[in-house]
Design a protein around this ligand. Structure first.
Ligand SMILES: Nc1ncnc2c1ncn2[C@@H]1O[C@H](COP(=O)(O)OP(=O)(O)OP(=O)(O)O)[C@@H](O)[C@H]1O
Ligand SMILES: [Mg+2]
Length: 482
C-alpha cells in the first residue's frame, strides 16, 4: 500500500461528499416532484367539486336527471365569464361521458370521454384520476368527479392540467443542485488538501527524524506534535533513540576498557619477562661467579612466580565477572572467614612484623566462603604490606542496618585522595613505583570488588582522621528463620 495519506483522504471525502450530496438531492427532488403533483391533483379535485356543487345546486331543478341544453349554454357562459379565474381547463360531461361544456371553448363540446378510466370511475359514482402523456408529448393530470342530483349521477366534471410548469421548475432545481454538488466537490478538495497537509506533517517530521538518526545524527530527536497517536509515536521514537545512544556509549566505553585492559596486561607481562630474560641471558653467557649466579636464578624464580600469580589473578577475575549469580552460595560466618584469612597470611605477617587482630561479631551471610576469604585476605595483605613494622591491622566485625560489616583498618600511610576513585580499577596502583617493587600487579582490589558485587554487597575505602586507611565491606545479612 503506497497510496499517500492525501489520496486516501481525498477518495474517502469525495465518496462521502458526492454520495451524500447526490443522494440528498435525488431524494429532495423526488419528494418535491411528488408533492407538487399531489398538490396539482388536489387543486383539480377541489375545482371539480366546486363546479359540480355549483351545477347541481344552481342549475339542476328538482327531479332533473340530465342537464338540459339551456342549462348547459348558461353554464358555458358562466364558465367563460369566470375564464381567467378558473384554475385549469374544465369540462362538464353528461351521464354518458360526452362533453356538454368545455371551458376551453365551444369546440370542446360533444367530444366523448366515456372510454377514459377516470371518467368511467366518476360516472360510476367514484373519484377518478390519471396521469397521461398529452398529444404534444407533455404529461397531464386528469381528474373526474360525479355530479349528483338527488343522489342520482347526472354527469361529471372533468378537469385537466399540464405538469409542464412543475417539471420545468424541477429541471431548474436539478441544474442548480448539480452546481451545488460541483461546488461541494471543490470545497471537499480544498478541505482534503489542507487536512492532508495538516495530518501528514507530523508523520513527515517523524520520518525525517528517523532518517536523520539512521544517517548517523544520534543527537536528533522528534518533536511531539499533531494528534495523540503521532505524539506517542514521537515519544516512543525518542525513547528508542535514547536507548540506542546509551547502548552505543556503553559499547564504546566497553571497547575502550577492553583495549586498555589488553595494553595493561601486556605491560604487566613485559616487566617480569624482561627480568627473566635478562637473568637467563647473563647466566648463558657463562663466567658468572657462583653467588651472583644464584641471585640471577632467584630473580628468575621470583619473576616467574609473579607471572604465574598474575595469570591466576586474571583468571580469577574473569571467572568471577563471567559467572554472575553462579557462585556456590551457602550460610557463612564472617568471623570464621576472617580468622581463616589471617591464619593463612600469618607467615607473611610474621615476615612483615605486623599483627592482624579479628574482633566483634557479624551476622551470618549467604556466600561463597573461599571467595569471601580471598576478599579479607587481599584487604589484610594490602594493609600489612603498606604498614610499618610493628603496626596492627584490625579486622572488625559488626552489624548495621540489617547488614553484616567487615572493617579492615591499618596504621599505614593512607590512600592519596586522588587515588580513592580508582582504587578498585584493574592494574591500579596508588604509588606505582613503590607498589610494583612490593610485588603487586594492582589486581587485588579489582578481584575484591568483583567478588563483593557478585554477593550483592558494597565496598568502600577511606582514610582515617587519625591516620591509616579503612576498607568497609557491607554484605546483606542472612535473617534467621523465626
Ligand atoms: N590499606 C591500604 N593503604 C594504602 N594504600 C592501599 C591500601 N590498599 C591498597 N592500597 C593502594 O591501592 C592499590 C591497589 O591495591 P590492589 O590490592 O588492587 O593492588 P596491589 O596490592 O598493588 O597488587 P595485588 O593486590 O594485585 O598484588 C595499591 O597498589 C595501593 O597503592
Ligand atoms: Mg593487593
Amino acid at each position: 500500500m503506497r497510496t499517500p495519506i492525501r489520496t486516501r483522504l481525498l477518495v474517502a471525502f469525495l465518496l462521502v461528499a458526492v454520495t451524500s450530496a447526490a443522494g440528498l438531492s435525488y431524494y429532495f427532488l423526488q419528494e418535491l416532484e411528488s408533492f407538487a403533483l399531489r398538490k396539482l391533483e388536489e387543486r383539480l379535485h377541489t375545482q371539480n367539486r366546486l363546479v359540480a356543487e355549483l351545477v347541481s345546486s344552481a342549475y339542476l331543478a328538482e327531479g332533473d336527471s340530465a342537464i338540459s341544453r339551456g342549462e348547459s349554454d348558461e353554464i358555458a357562459r358562466a364558465l367563460q365569464a369566470a375564464g381567467p379565474e378558473i384554475f385549469s381547463r374544465i369540462r362538464l360531461l353528461d351521464g354518458r361521458g360526452v362533453a356538454i361544456v368545455d371551458s376551453a371553448g365551444p369546440g370542446g363540446a360533444d367530444v366523448d370521454y366515456s372510454h377514459l378510466p377516470e371518467v368511467e370511475k366518476a360516472l360510476a359514482g367514484g373519484y377518478g384520476a390519471a396521469t397521461r402523456a398529452t398529444d404534444d408529448g407533455r404529461v397531464g393530470i386528469y381528474v373526474a368527479e360525479p355530479i349528483l342530483a338527488d343522489g342520482i349521477i347526472v354527469g361529471a366534471t372533468y378537469s385537466s392540467a399540464s405538469t409542464f410548469s412543475i417539471l420545468t421548475l424541477l429541471d431548474t432545481y436539478r441544474l442548480r443542485l448539480v452546481v451545488v454538488v460541483v461546488l461541494f466537490v471543490v470545497v471537499t478538495l480544498v478541505i482534503t488538501e489542507v487536512l492532508a497537509r495538516w495530518l501528514s506533517r507530523p508523520l513527515r517530521e517523524l520520518s525525517d527524524t528517523a532518517s536523520a538518526f539512521a544517517g548517523g545524527d544520534h543527537a536528533v530527536r522528534a518533536k511531539p506534535m499533531g494528534s495523540r497517536e503521532t505524539r506517542q509515536v514521537a515519544e516512543a521514537l525518542n525513547a528508542m533513540a535514547d536507548e540506542v545512544e546509551r547502548m552505543m556509549i556503553e559499547l564504546r566505553e566497553e571497547e575502550r576498557a577492553k583495549t586498555r585492559f589488553v595494553s595493561d596486561v601486556s605491560h604487566e607481562l613485559r616487566t617480569p619477562l624482561t627480568a627473566v630474560r635478562g637473568a637467563a641471558e647473563t647466566l648463558l653467557d657463562g663466567d658468572v661467579p657462583e653467588d651472583e649466579a644464584r641471585r640471577f636464578l632467584e630473580t628468575i624464580v621470583r619473576e616467574s612466580e609473579r607471572l604465574s600469580r598474575l595469570a591466576n589473578d586474571l583468571l580469577t577475575l574473569q571467572r568471577i565477572e563471567g559467572a554472575t549469580g553462579e557462585l556456590p552460595l551457602r550460610r557463612v560466618s564472617l568471623k570464621v572467614i576472617a580468622e581463616r584469612a589471617v591464619e593463612g597470611l600469618q607467615p607473611l605477617l610474621d615476615i612483615r612484623e605486623t599483627t592482624a587482630l579479628v574482633d566483634g561479631e557479624a551476622p551470618a551471610v549467604l556466600g561463597d566462603p573461599d571467595r569471601l576469604q580471598q576478599v579479607v585476605a587481599n584487604l589484610v595483605d594490602n594493609a600489612s604490606r603498606l604498614s610499618p613494622p610493628g603496626s596492627i591491622v584490625h579486622v572488625e566485625l559488626a552489624a548495621e542496618n540489617g547488614q553484616a560489616i567487615v572493617r579492615v583498618t591499618d596504621e599505614g600511610p593512607g590512600i592519596p585522595e586522588d587515588a580513592l576513585p580508582h582504587l578498585f580499577d584493574r592494574f591500579f596502583r596508588a604509588q606505582p613505583s613503590r607498589d610494583r617493587l612490593s610485588g603487586g600487579a594492582g589486581l587485588g582490589l579489582a578481584i575484591v570488588s568483583a567478588i563483593v558485587k557478585a554477593h550483592a554487597g558494597t565496598i568502600e575505602a577511606s582514610n582515617r582522621p587519625e591516620g591509616g586507611s579503612v576498607f568497609t565491606l557491607r554484605l546483606p545479612a542472612l535473617h534467621d528463620e523465626p
